[in-house]
Design a protein. Structure first.
Length: 185
């Protein structure tokens, strides 16, 4: 059976198939991590996506993406653009807690918010897997208030905290050195 799938599309359960290339498993379900044709190998019980990463995407590429999910040890990001290239795409990727900062990170949810736009470096590319890092001067370039969803601005009065100009809520983020400069995106 073959048909086109997009990143995040449901494919099946791990009781039916093992996740193969271009897929990932979460909570017992298999999803597409690449764009391409779905292939269900019923003889070997493997589900895979035959697709490709954009040819421009390489280890050490600087990319921009949206935070999709935050768990105890990983932040899921949908990469949408490579710095210096105009073509847009969608690739599910991960920032593991050890790759967020040069210092210890206890709770990733204190440094990222759902929907934040992140600038990160690609550190590993394998079929169906893209790992990112925000160590150093990389991180969130645009954040949204967790209360009212309005864009946060850098606060001169509260150090590295961001503040919501609408509801006055203050939040921490792992911000990029060029926070607020989203003209490249």
């Amino acid at each position: 059976m073959e048909n086109n799938r997009f990143i995040g599309d449901y494919i099946g359960t791990i009781e039916e198939f093992m996740p193969g290339e271009g897929t990932y498993a979460e909570d017992g379900k298999i999803y597409a991590s690449n764009i391409g044709k779905m292939v269900l190998d019923r003889e070997n019980h493997i589900a895979r996506i035959d697709g490709k990463f954009p040819p421009e995407l390489k280890v050490r590429s600087i990319v921009f993406g949206d935070v999709l999910n935050i768990k105890k040890n990983v932040v899921t990001v949908i990469v949408r653009k490579i710095q210096g290239f105009s073509r847009e795409f969608e690739i599910k990727s991960a920032i593991y807690v050890s790759n967020i900062s040069n210092s210890y990170v206890e709770k990733p949810e204190d440094l990222f918010g759902i929907g934040d736009i992140v600038k990160a470096k690609v550190i590993k590319i394998m079929p169906g897997i893209v790992d990112l890092s925000t160590k150093g001067n990389l991180g969130v370039v645009k954040a949204f208030c967790k209360r009212c969803r309005y864009p946060l601005i850098k606060s001169e009065n509260y150090g590295e905290k961001l503040i919501c100009p609408v509801c006055n809520h203050r939040e921490d983020r792992k911000i990029s050195e060029d926070y607020g400069n989203v003209s490249e995106i």
